[in-house]
Design a protein around this ligand. Sequence first.
Ligand SMILES: [Zn+2]
Ligand SMILES: [Zn+2]
Length: 258
Amino acid sequence: MTTVAAYAAPRAKAPLERTTIERRPVGEFDVLIDIKFAGICHSDIHQARDGWGEGIFPMVPGHEIAGIVAETGPGVTRFKVGDRVGVGCMVDSCGTCDACLMGREQHCAEGNTQTYNALDRSGEPTYGGYSTHIVVAESFALSIPEGIALDEAAPLLCAGITTYSPLKRWGAGPGKKVAVVGLGGLGHMAVKIAHALGAEVTVLSQSLRKKDDGLKLGADHYYATSAPRTFEELAGTFDVILSTVSAPLDFGAYLGLL
Ligand SMILES: [Zn+2]
Ligand SMILES: [Zn+2]
């Protein structure tokens, strides 16, 4: 075990405090990561406030982790000391069920092990990225290319994959019209990614308040959903609509835009 510095919520709704936690020894297929940056995702706040129930305290949030490999286990083949790596919201799964064998560990039949606020397969609590180091199986670490700064890479590990995955899966690309509903933390990421994939991107936002930002981020069009004519004008327009809004939406109205 190695003692490392961390920020933890000592109990539900309490502010984070400096503390120390124990990281497991580097196992055969593990890497030790010197954490340089960790994003703040809204689910970190939900969890630290125990908003989803059954929190494990003290809790060290953080599931958008970017850093440098500091040590490798003897069986590690994908990484070497000094490599730039990231860790997202999962750190383990059974590895043998149909979902795991298909590379969809998020659907593991036994349940995946979350980066923090979970118990690992030996029954020990997991602690996230608001700490100086983490030990993780190499199969749950990702390479970060040289071209992306580590601080900018961190949010891609959750907000990025959350929007990239559906865009990729539903074929966003050249010749496709993609609407992104909402321009917040996820929405702005979706606009950038859909634009980078080559799609024609429209933002559907409540008002035109963030229009300049949306266009700068790569949107081709920007509509206010509060404007009465928007839903008539855009009926049947889009190949893909990605909703990033957490408030209740009239899905029927949006389906009419597909
Ligand atoms: Zn997240
Ligand atoms: Zn599995």
